[in-house]
Design a protein around this ligand. Structure first.
Ligand code: ADP
Ligand code: MG
Length: 600
């Protein structure tokens, strides 16, 4: 068994490695490190993502760098800003205890002045994206005439992103006698050309099942009509309440669209794509890395640099254009020995492509049925039960309310009480999937969208206003006394008035929508709300009496008709759609309102 001690690394470097918890080299490290420690000839390394390529080239380079020299000794090129930052961080971590070792990342979309300042500090290693790197070279701020190592990381991606000219421009400026290292998960024709042009008979390392899906990744697909893609995605998310995954889309526009719809329907999701500002991208990536975000909807390029180990799901919203992309994507799950799932939503005419994909992945890719209502409700129920079992109780804070609460629940047995508590959230899913139709297409060779009209308008696109209770600051169980009249008072002395909204469950009204509606219609936020009572054709909500008038008139202006006038069901539905579109919920979750839900 080899470990990092056998390579001749310095104490300081070993300490950095140890601190990262690396115990034994990965296969590519086992092959590349000894070679790079000994040889100054070129090398190509092919291994899928997540196999530890950075340390494979980074450790020997750090070890062999000259700390006395004031010149840039290593230039590492990589395709994206995110990857650039990540690579630099990794190298900084490895070299944490090596005094005087400096790594500087340079990439587009960030202040050039800051980067110039950093470059003046004489780093041994510069990690750059091709565009910014060439720019710095042209400005003569980055001198690479003396580099000893040139690393092309994720070379295939740099080419497919159109950095060919930049690469040529940069490589022209490097000395002949450097050692060039090229890493890539795939070796398409273009890469071979680059190798032929810029490298001298490189030593080739291929690791493991190159180009194959990792062993611990399960692959399967769902087959639905193209127009049901989004609905299928929601079912996947609902059937996997603890999902932590990336949904890959083909284009920025699709990414935006899917993310917006998910957010609108209160999924814990967000987008990552090239049209977003760097700041926004950083924010989203941070939330995702720290697991505050469960579902990241992304383009391949934007997600490229994101290194997250324990993703549960990769969801291919479409089959990607190239099978290599599929391999890249699915390689992001099942890392570090963990199990992962790669699912693809395909439509009936794409089934033959699955067969091609199976060859590429080297595994059978089975069709699964899109989960139906029963399955989803069951999963959600167990999630809820786990959540209740694991919740932290703040004994001090809750103590003073307990006597009253116990008193209120006196008449309920333990079994009944459990049923009631669980139903508060479970009813949402029961209701949502009560009429859920089967999204699975019948295998049809003709490719006609059979069942096109089946179930139209039943639940497609109508279940807005979801409140699965995810990550939401909850404060249920604080029901205030009511006396059956129109105005009543809670214990804190708030006078409630009851307002009627002429849209009910048949018009798509959900408790979350009522809250959203009130929050968006009233100027003041966090207005006290009492009971919400959603009936089939109308909804009654209790609201702090001070805001009754404002709400009524807002509802009138919003065409929502508060008060007591009546409308037919069909027009309600239409109105509720219009209304909801107009007042799209803000991205930020509001964590204000208390509520008690009474089901029909
Ligand atoms: P690649 O560039 O091949 O996609 P990375 O170099 O980014 O992979 O490494 C993927 C992950 O594996 C990183 O989180 C890294 O810290 C971790 N890693 C790398 N080498 C080892 C090792 N020898 N032991 C444990 N974890 C490692
Ligand atoms: Mg890498």
């Amino acid at each position: 068994m080899s470990d990092f001690n056998t390579y001749g690394f310095s104490k300081e470097l070993l300490r950095g490695i140890e601190e990262l918890g690396f115990e034994k080299p990965t296969p590519i490290q086992e092959k590349a490190i000894p070679y790079l420690m000994e040889s100054t000839s070129d090398l190509t390394g092919q291994a899928q993502t997540g196999t530890g390529k950075t340390a494979a080239f980074g450790l020997p380079i750090i070890q062999k760098s000259d700390l006395e020299s004031k010149k840039v000794q290593t230039l590492i090129l990589c395709p994206t800003r995110e990857l650039c930052i990540q690579l630099s961080k990794d190298l900084q971590n490895f070299s944490k205890y090596i005094k005087g070792f400096k790594v500087v990342p340079i990439y587009g979309g960030a202040s050039i002045d800051t980067q110039l300042r950093e470059l003046r500090k004489k780093p041994q290693v510069v990690v750059g994206t091709p565009g910014r790197t060439l720019d710095m070279i042209k400005r003569r701020k980055l001198i690479i005439n003396d580099v000893k190592w040139l690393v092309l990381d994720e070379a295939d991606e740099m080419l497919s992103m159109g950095f060919k000219d930049e690469l040529d421009g940069i490589l022209e400026n490097t000395p002949e006698d450097k050692q060039t290292l090229l890493f890539s998960a795939t070796m398409p024709h273009e890469i071979k050309r680059i190798i032929g042009t810029y490298m001298h008979e490189p030593f080739e390392i291929k690791v493991g099942k190159v180009n194959k899906g990792a062993d611990n990744v399960e692959h399967y697909f769902y087959m639905v009509n193209a127009r049901d893609r989004f609905e299928a995605l929601k079912r996947i998310a609902d059937a996997n309440p603890n999902i932590y995954g990336i949904v890959f889309c083909r284009t920025r526009a699709e990414t935006k669209d899917v993310a917006e719809k998910l957010i609108e329907q209160k999924y814990n999701a967000d987008a990552l794509h090239g049209d977003m500002s760097q700041f926004m991208r950083d924010q989203v990536m941070n939330r995702f890395r720290t697991k505050h975000l469960q579902i990241l909807v992304a383009t391949d390029v934007a997600a490229r640099g994101l290194d997250v180990d324990d993703l549960t799901h990769i969801i291919n919203y479409n089959l990607p254009d190239s099978l290599d992309i599929y391999i890249h994507r699915s390689g992001r799950t099942g890392r570090a020995g963990k199990k992962g799932v790669s699912v693809t939503i395909v439509h009936s005419r794409e089934q033959h492509k699955i067969r091609l994909l199976e060859k590429k992945v080297g595994k059978k890719i089975e069709r699964r049925m899109v989960p139906g209502g029963n399955e989803i409700c069951e999963k959600q129920l167990y999630k809820l039960i786990d959540k209740i079992g694991n919740v932290e109780v703040d004994e001090d804070m809750i103590a003073k309310y307990l006597p009253t609460i116990y008193e209120k629940f006196e008449s309920l047995s333990k079994e009944e009480l459990i049923k009631h508590f669980v139903s508060i959230e479970f009813n949402y899913f029961l209701d949502k999937y009560k009429k859920a139709r089967d999204l699975n297409t019948i295998k049809s060779s003709g490719g006609r969208d059979r069942g096109r009209d089946r179930g139209r308008g039943r639940d497609g696109g109508r279940d807005r206003g979801r409140d699965g209770g995810r990550d939401r600051g909850r404060d249920g169980g604080r029901d205030r006394g009511r006396d059956g009249g129109k105005n009543f008072q809670n214990r804190d002395g708030v006078d409630f008035a009851q307002v009627r909204i002429d849209v009910g469950s048949s018009g798509g009204m959900r408790p979350a929508m009522v809250l959203e509606l009130i929050n968006t219609q009233l100027k003041k936020k966090n207005v006290e709300i009492g009971r919400i009572d959603i009936r089939r054709d109308h909804t009654k909500v209790e609201i702090d009496k001070k805001y009754e008038k404002e709400l009524l008139s807002a509802l009138k202006n919003a065409d929502f008709k508060g008060g007591s006038s009546r409308q037919s069901d069909s027009s309600n539905r239409k109105r509720s759609n219009i209304e909801y579109d107009r007042d799209k919920p803000k991205r930020k979750k509001r964590r204000s309102t208390r509520k008690k839900i009474i089901q029909d």
